[in-house]
Design a protein around this ligand. Structure first.
Ligand SMILES: Cc1ncc(COP(=O)(O)O)c(C=O)c1O
Length: 506
């Protein structure tokens, strides 16, 4: 890989990635897995040009019932392409994939069987994007069907029954639930408004007793930007501390970062963007990822096109060391096989020289940030005007992503009560969960859905420390999103305010 505009000085971490033996992290399943033998021979046949392959059952490209695909996309020549596209005032551009004419990725290749990690052209393009943004030493790229697919594969790659993995105390339960049938349990780490608290991670690891609690956690699952559900973004110093703790305790970091590109209040002048090029200018202001500081190969970074192009794309990319990449690809080769060729063809043309190119893609991303930032600002303005004035709820302004974490001041409710003697040591000491459930139903009756914090709460099944409090006493939050239209934001928050006041009988 060539490093183009590496944004960070790697001399501070000592030139190159170290050769750390990471094999102890593999699950029994990953160790037992054999390569798909047919793919192995197929790969050999790809290496030598002109080899006649009579071995594989691949339909011949002359029999594919398609020869051309056209995609109408916004032109990124506009100063603010997202705004222009939304208003219908912007220019359009047609990008095309062909089977028999030159293009970035021929449909002959895109629609044929391929290797589990995806087509080389697409992987190289995304490695180039990675290099410009994160400049990771010695990592390789493998395609996924988005971060949900990548995560479930990672759980299988690293998790054995009885393992405990670390996660944020409120997290994306759609994914943590996927680990449970594998026999993995979750150990929540305390959070504050800036996300995961490094000292609590250190505390959990150093207090871990392998005799009574089993194997010490060797994986951290974290969502560093616009943490789902809390909307927090880990500050740079915390990331550095977490990485150091991960090194100290030999932890693999699963960096699930679908909101990474959606950052607000960035200090990029249009002139800087134009003169530096968007990729370089954005790289300098985007948060420093765990991947960018990973010099001993313990970060597995998951990116997705879901939040920056469209969720139905079902395409993402995993970036990690070559050893883990090979194991992930083996899993894919013997299960879903590589991601769909149509999506790979689209991405190739979009990011290729006849489409937006990588710089143009980053221009789109930068313009998307401006639009979501406007929606976030509108949400917060309406929130202050309609909701905060009631004195019943408050929220921090998120720096990235799509979520606002709304705190309900339940202690002001007439029926809020403290429980003198909890049911068990460390059990709930208030009726917070009960009241929040009532409030959720009340809002539903008023015609509004917000995600209650209990949906994302990770009870501590392993520690049972009474001095830690019970997460049920901390579920007085809702996750709301500001991605909707102005009308949805206005109407939704008005309903929320009215529902709150009725619930508190004001
Ligand atoms: C934190 C997090 N991880 C993963 C996903 C799934 O993303 P994808 O659509 O790429 O599978 C989401 C989607 O909302 C998410 O918020």
């Amino acid at each position: 890989m060539v490093y183009i505009n590496p944004p960070y000085d790697r001399s501070e971490v000592g030139l190159k990635r170290r050769q750390t033996d990471l094999s102890r992290h593999l699950s029994a399943e990953a160790r037992a897995r054999l390569p798909n033998p047919i793919k192995t021979i197929w790969k050999v046949a790809q290496v030598k040009p002109g080899t006649i392959n009579m071995g594989n059952g691949d339909p011949h490209h002359t029999l594919y019932p398609v020869c051309e695909m056209n995609f109408v996309v916004p032109s990124i020549d506009d100063v603010n392409p997202v705004q222009a596209w939304k208003d219908g005032t912007g220019e359009q551009q047609i990008i095309a994939s062909y089977k028999d004419e030159p293009c970035a990725l021929s449909l002959r290749t895109a629609l044929a069987y391929g290797a589990g990690g995806g087509l080389k052209y697409v992987r190289d393009t995304l490695a180039d994007l990675n290099d410009r943004i994160h400049a990771p030493p010695n990592h390789s790229v493998s395609l996924s069907l988005g971060n949900a697919d990548a995560l479930t594969k990672c759980f299988r790659l690293f998790g054995d029954p009885g393992d405990a993995f670390l996660c944020e105390e409120f997290t994306f339960s759609a994914m943590t639930n996927a680990a449970l049938p594998l026999g993995i349990t979750w150990v929540p780490i305390r959070m504050d408004k800036d996300g995961l608290i490094p000292s609590d991670m250190e505390r959990v690891l150093s207090n871990w007793d392998e005799v009574t609690q089993g194997r010490r956690p060797h994986v951290l699952y974290t969502i560093p930007c616009s943490q789902n559900p809390t909307g927090s973004t880990l500050p740079a110093e915390r990331r550095r501390q977490i990485y150091e703790i991960a090194r100290e305790w030999d932890i693999i970091i699963l960096e699930d970062d679908p909101y990474f590109f959606l950052q607000y209040d960035l200090n990029t002048q249009t002139t800087t963007l134009e003169s530096y090029g968007f990729a370089r200018a954005m790289a300098e202001v985007l948060p420093r990822s765990f991947l960018s500081m990973d010099y001993d190969g313990r970060v597995v970074r998951l990116d997705s096109f879901s939040k920056i192009l469209a969720p139905g794309m079902r395409l993402g990319w995993v970036t990690c060391n070559d050893f883990f990449t090979e194991k992930l690809d083996m899993l894919t080769d013997s299960s879903s096989q590589h991601p769909h060729g149509l999506g790979q063809a689209f991405i190739s043309e979009l990011l290729g020289s006849q489409g937006w190119g990588i710089d143009g893609f980053m221009k789109w991303v930068s313009s998307l940030c401006r639009e979501y930032e406007r929606r976030r600002n509108l949400f917060m303005d309406v929130f202050r005007r309609e909701v905060e004035v009631t004195g019943l709820a408050s929220a921090e302004t998120p720096k990235s992503g799509m979520f606002v974490w709304i705190k309900i001041d339940l202690e002001r409710h007439a029926r809020y009560r403290k429980i003198e003697s909890p049911e068990y040591p460390g059990g709930p000491v208030s009726n917070t969960a009960e009241l929040m459930n009532e409030l959720f139903r009340k809002l539903l009756d008023c015609g509004l859905v917000m995600m209650p914090a209990s949906t994302f709460a990770m009870p501590d099944l392993t520690r049972r420390r009474s001095d830690d409090g019970n997460i049920s006493d901390r579920v007085n939050y809702f996750r709301a999103t500001f991605v909707g239209t102005d009308e949805v934001i206005e109407n939704g928050l008005k309903i929320f305010s009215r529902g709150l006041e009725e619930f508190f009988c004001f």
